[in-house]
Design a protein around this ligand. Structure first.
Ligand code: XMP
Ligand code: MG
Length: 177
């Protein structure tokens, strides 16, 4: 049990179990992307630990890059504009794999998919360690996920609560008080 800012968290998934999820996902990705001109795009910050473990199980050599989703008020009447900070690679004709830590409602994913429209990629898939299918509201296919979890708030293994908990080796879930 750990406590962060008066919230208590209990172990949800041990690092050994996370490791086997990561290996299973990497095996599938290795099979599907062997020989393809691929670009892996890690969505920071939460996915950084997962990405580091995942890429060391890959047996092909993709381009690996990182980005962060930013939203700002557009000057047009359309309202909010989303962009992926620092993404400079030309993705035309590439097999793009987005790497996320967790897909929850899918709002973030939807914004990302919107940004990739018109980039003329060869293919586009999502990899996420955790997937809350019970609250997922979008139609976008999440092809590769490590574990389908109930609607719990989780931290550790890169994921944070108020910026804390990212360095924990196991995953923890918020304890209901
Ligand atoms: P949506 O709802 O847009 O959420 O799919 C995706 C983003 O929200 C964050 N998120 C979490 N972060 N523990 C976290 O530390 C969680 O349980 C959690 N659920 C969502 C995360 O940044 C993710 O990319
Ligand atoms: Mg995230």
């Amino acid at each position: 049990m750990i406590e962060i800012n008066n919230k208590r968290f209990e172990v949800y998934l041990r690092s050994k179990e996370i490791e086997s999820l990561v290996i299973n996902m990497a095996n599938r990705i290795n099979q599907d992307y062997k020989g393809k001109d691929s670009v892996l795009i890690g969505i920071l910050n939460g996915s950084f630990v997962f990405i580091a473990d995942l890429v060391r199980q890959l047996d092909f050599d993709p381009i690996l890059t990182f980005t962060k989703l930013a939203s700002y008020d557009g000057t047009q009447s359309t309202g909010q504009v989303d962009e992926l900070i620092g993404l400079k690679e030309n993705l035309k004709g590439k097999h793009v794999i987005i790497i996320e830590d967790i897909v929850d409602t899918g709002n973030t994913l939807e914004k990302i998919v919107e940004i990739f429209k018109g980039k003329e990629v060869a293919s586009f898939e999502i990899v996420t360690l955790l997937f809350k299918s019970c609250v997922y509201k979008k139609g976008i296919d999440v092809k590769y996920f490590g574990l389908d979890i109930p609607d719990k708030f989780v931290i550790g293994y890169g994921l944070d609560y108020d910026g804390r908990g990212r360095t924990l080796k196991d995953l923890y879930s918020l304890k209901k008080s």
